[in-house]
Design a protein around this ligand. Structure first.
Ligand code: 2OP
Length: 310
């Protein structure tokens, strides 16, 4: 059975462990600085598996060494946003959490694929990659699947078209430089940019960009977790299922889309080795320009994090 370790037993980590335990037969370890919380939630999750018939096992601990032997690691640990905060406001506090976890993963689970969820995700993915010393392909960030899921949901609200009849994708950063593909996405059998009128499309894009903040605004002290957990589940399926699925993920670009040296949301083919290839879609000029702008922002922020942490 594959072993997955989830760092963080907060809402995102625990919901992810629950979803994964039901979805696939896995040996799941949840690690949290609050070991009691991780243990209690692990017991609860494992006790939910009998009737559905999942053979997964779930354990919880404060010991980061539990990651040993993991095939896949999901890092959700860190502080979530509170009302009025942007994801970038979390940079320094979450860097302190993600870096040591990543170093521990490199030591105890040197062959694992790492999925980073902690925000700001594109920057934290870079930090995790550099702290592990792993090849780029084995460290990916989760954002595009979540943002695309939200985008499709808002499109469905406006048009009534089911998500299964859309081919849509959101690339770029998990933040203000999110790039919902308007020219390259298809709704039914029409390009998105002609299927909706300008004002409707603009409001769907705005709502997608602010979807995380909208939820934080309602919850006041936490952020979303159901849709993030399902998005993580899709990535875990793609990686452990080894089928070469293409998903939008934050991955290292080495000249693809004309961008180099940053982790950014683009479509990538995933298997058990991580990212097999970045898939270069034929984007419109404006989509490419938006991706370039997004990459410049991430690069600037990563350089400033590196300066701060030297
Ligand atoms: C969100 O967008 C938590 O960043 C995550 O809801």
């Amino acid at each position: 059975m594959d072993k997955v370790t989830v760092f963080g037993a907060g809402h995102v980590g625990a919901t992810t462990a629950f979803y994964l335990a039901h979805r696939r037969d896995l040996d799941i370890s949840m690690v949290d600085i609050d070991g009691g919380k991780a243990r209690g939630l692990a017991l609860d999750i494992e006790q939910s598996l009998s009737y559905p018939g999942s053979r997964s096992t779930v354990s919880g601990s404060a010991d980061a060494g539990e990651v040993s032997g993991s095939d896949l690691v999901v890092i959700t640990a860190g502080t979530p946003r509170k009302r009025g905060m942007s994801r970038l406001d979390l940079t320094s506090v979450n860097a302190e959490v993600v870096e040591p976890i990543a170093r521990g993963v490199a030591e105890s689970a040197p062959n694992a694929v790492v999925v980073v969820v902690t925000n700001p995700v594109d920057e934290m993915t870079y930090l995790a990659w550099s702290a592990t010393g792993f090849p780029h392909r084995r460290v990916v960030g989760m954002a595009g699947v979540l943002d695309t899921s939200r985008f499709m949901n808002f499109l469905r609200n406006v048009t009534g078209v089911a998500a299964t009849d859309m081919e849509a994708m959101v690339l770029g950063t998990h933040g203000d430089d999110m790039v919902p593909l308007l020219d390259s996405s298809v709704l039914g059998d029409r390009p998105l940019s002609t299927a909706l009128d300008g004002a409707d499309l603009e409001s769907v894009v705005e709502r997608t960009r602010n979807a995380g903040a909208e939820i934080v605004g309602h919850l006041k002290t936490g952020s979303a977790y159901f849709a993030p957990a399902v998005a993580i589940g899709l990535m875990v399926d793609a990686i452990l299922g080894d089928g070469g699925d293409v998903l939008p993920v934050s991955t290292y670009l080495d000249g693809e889309y004309g961008i180099r040296g940053v982790f950014l949301g683009v479509p990538a083919r995933l298997d058990r080795s991580g990212v097999v290839e970045v898939v270069e879609l034929e984007l419109s000029d404006r989509e490419i320009r938006m991706l370039e702008r997004a990459s410049e922002g991430v690069l600037e922020r990563v350089l400033s994090i590196r300066r701060d942490r030297q």
